[in-house]
Ligand binder design. Structure first.
Ligand code: WTA
Length: 670
């Protein structure tokens, strides 16, 4: 059992920073979609006072409905139905609506492939709305031809290539539910997800490029399809076909009757594919994310509400305009890639840039070279990347012309004020507003954020709530705390793009999100509001870590470790890390007769990589004779966190089973 989340002190930034404010420039405000505090206040007030009126109007105004909705919200806590009775199709809202307009021949996606190790430039591809529409329809027909029907689940396990977006949109075209699995996850993770959602198909590629190497995606799929549990359960038994994109040209094995090449299937596919009429509440996608217990949870999003959230936030938070070249650097395997590479920008008729590779390959100026080359105007990336750029030095961005940039965004973890200032000064040349956007896989779209042109920003604060969002910082009893006091961040009212549940597990949905604080959605984050009402997110207060912007559940890594034959018990905690925000530290006790060694340590890291994926490999493994436990047998994570970060042991140790354990843990240095 995880320990109960404790309320953080909430004082990670000094008051000094709070005083430092950056007001939007008059020129920016004048040209922005929303350019005044009064306009924000008016809309915000309406959205909270009369949410149904506000959201109803937005849904009518922003989305194309095949059948109008009858009721804006049906709320039976914790289950929400938005735009009840309405029908729409996401691909129509992202693509068809732009055909026959001036946007039809505009770039919808600009893609840049990873360059070769010798510096040879990567491939480039541009798909206009018209072309993207055609590809989506053709691939939609391939899915149908392979027997995929509305409601069926399809796993997408692809690198950052345009086909990832095409596959997602093709699913929405025919009403299939996609579940994108990040290419950095292992065969085991693919198999677990297939089993959980009962996927019929996997879409993958012969490989993906990453820092000059090739990620063997198809090989992982082959392995995933064979995995059987110790009880003999065939995890991926539901999969009847695999579509394989040719990306690297590396040799792979293809099984007749099960595996099909994308390019061959699409060759004869018609470019007309009537859009499925989907109920507003029909499942749109499932995205797995880590929680504080057990296996990753299948976060379920539905059609109408999700699309409205993604569209509206993209327009207002990024001030997205006709002429922008917008670049969100997230992989489509994460929610940021869903909402802000694919659905949000396309629903707005924007130009979305996709990049396949890493920020420092072949050199640490990759991002700045791309900004320069494509004249990127809006850049949205993660603090972990910003901190890495800071470390690599100003010479890399300074080599390039970044004058096209007009807005910068940050997401995924709290941004430390130093990184904020560097981003603002070195990248934005003090001209570009920064939007520090707080949200989660579960929230579907950005909930707390500055609006550029409106909100004065403070480095390190995500500032204020977006329209229709009612966040509050509360204490253990669920009561609002006074300003400048730390507490738990909750959302008091339902919003359209909120998760609809966990795939196949309503009980867990209720328990994880709606039982911690009565009547409110519990975010799992600690937070504080300053005297101006600005939100300062402290980070997770449950047993979820944020490593380089990736959510990793400690329970998942622990169970991967104990599945190794040498391991008796393990406890995983985070320690602060300059670049990654948090690093993973695993305390491991070994089975009798097994001796600790550096080889074993490396074996265990590899084992976690195989069980979950390289992103979850512990940064540090410490062998221990015993783990510190309370008399009732609970592992005392609080102490382990202190040991991991090298801090002096503080707090009540009276319930410790064996005090000598602590001194042994902290004195280990090999
Ligand atoms: C953290 C990513 C501080 C937070 C969109 C949240 C942030 C978790 C911010 C969700 C931010 C995200 N400031 N913390 N601007 N954005 N977080 O589901 O702890 O991968 O709960 O969604 O990231 O991570 P997820």
């Amino acid at each position: 059992m995880p320990e109960k989340p404790s309320v953080p002190a909430g004082s990670f930034t000094s008051v000094l920073n709070e005083k430092r404010q950056f007001k939007p420039s008059a020129a920016f405000s004048k040209a922005a979609h929303l350019g005044s505090e009064a306009a924000y206040q008016k809309l915000y007030r309406e959205s909270i006072k009369s949410p149904e009126k506000f959201w109803g109007r937005m849904a009518k105004q922003e989305l194309i409905w095949q059948r109008p909705f009858k009721k804006v919200l049906q709320w039976k806590e914790p289950f929400a139905k938005w735009f009840v009775g309405g029908a729409l199709n996401v691909s129509v809202n992202c693509l068809d609506r732009h055909l026959g307009t001036a946007t039809a021949n505009k770039a919808a996606l600009i893609w840049e492939g990873e360059p070769a190790a010798d510096g040879k430039p990567g491939e480039e591809r541009t798909l206009t709305y018209q072309q993207l529409h055609r590809e989506v329809c053709r691939f939609g027909n391939v899915l149908k031809q392979k027997g995929i029907q509305p409601g069926d689940r399809v796993i997408i396990y692809l690198p950052m290539v345009p086909e990832a977006a095409i596959a997602m949109l093709a699913c929405t075209r025919i009403g299939a539910v996609h579940s994108v699995v990040f290419g950095g996850f292992s065969a085991q993770s693919v198999a677990d997800r297939v089993q959980d959602c009962g996927a019929k198909m996997i879409i993958t590629s012969d490989g993906g490029y990453r820092r000059g190497g090739v990620v063997p995606l198809k090989k992982n799929v082959d392995d995933a399809l064979e995995i059987r549990t110790s009880e003999g359960i065939h995890l991926a038994a539901s999969v009847s076909s695999v579509i394989v994109l040719r990306r690297t040209g590396h040799e792979i094995s293809m099984r007749t009757g099960r595996d099909f090449w994308w390019h061959q299937e699409i060759e004869h596919a018609a470019s007309e594919c009537p859009p499925a009429r989907m109920d507003s509440e029909a499942p749109l996608f499932i995205l797995y994310t880590s929680g504080s217990t057990g296996k990753p949870k299948g976060i379920l999003h539905s059609t109408g509400g999700y699309l409205l959230g993604a569209k509206l936030t993209t327009r207002y938070v990024f001030d997205l305009k006709e002429s922008d070249v917008y670049w969100c650097t997230a992989d489509v395997g994460w929610v940021t890639g869903h909402s802000y590479v694919v659905y949000g920008p396309l629903a707005n008729g924007g130009t979305s840039l996709m990049y396949e590779g890493a920020p420092n390959f072949p050199e640490p100026d990759r991002f700045w070279r791309i900004v320069d080359k494509y004249r990127v105007t809006i850049l949205y990336t993660a603090p972990t990347a910003i901190r890495a750029f800071m470390k690599w030095g100003d010479q890399w961005p300074n080599k390039h012309d970044l004058s096209s940039l007009r807005l910068l965004g940050s997401v995924g973890e709290p941004i430390n004020p130093e990184a904020w200032m560097w981003y603002f000064t070195v990248i934005g040349k003090k001209r570009c507003p920064i939007v520090d956007t707080w949200w989660q896989t579960e929230t579907g779209s950005i909930l707390i954020t500055p609006l550029p042109g409106v909100t004065p920003t403070k480095p390190g604060s995500a500032t204020r709530a977006f329209f229709g969002i009612f966040p509050e910082v509360v204490d253990e009893q669920g009561k609002g705390v006074p300003r400048n006091t730390g507490g738990k961040l909750v959302i008091r009212k339902p919003w359209p793009s909120m998760l609809r549940g966990l795939w196949g597990d309503n009980e867990r949905y209720k328990q994880v999100y709606w039982s911690e604080v009565k009547g409110s959605y519990f975010t799992g984050d600690g937070c504080r509001q300053d005297k101006d009402g600005y939100f300062w997110i402290v980070g997770r207060i449950d047993d979820v870590l944020n490593v380089a912007g990736h959510r990793i559940g400690t329970a998942e890594v622990e169970s991967a470790l104990v599945s190794h034959p040498s391991v008796a018990e393990s406890a995983v905690v985070g320690r602060p890390d300059e670049l990654k925000g948090q690093a993973l530290v695993a305390f491991v006790t070994l089975k009798t007769g097994v001796t600790p060694s550096s080889q074993l340590r490396e074996q265990l890291r590899q084992h976690v990589g195989k069980e979950i994926g390289p992103v979850a490999k512990p940064d540090d493994i410490r062998f221990a004779d015993l783990l510190p436990k309370t008399r009732s047998g609970k592992i005392m994570r609080r102490f382990l966190k202190q040991v991991a970060s090298g801090a002096e042991i503080k707090g009540d140790t009276t319930t410790l089973e064996d005090l000598s354990v602590l001194s042994k843990l902290s004195s280990q240095d090999d």
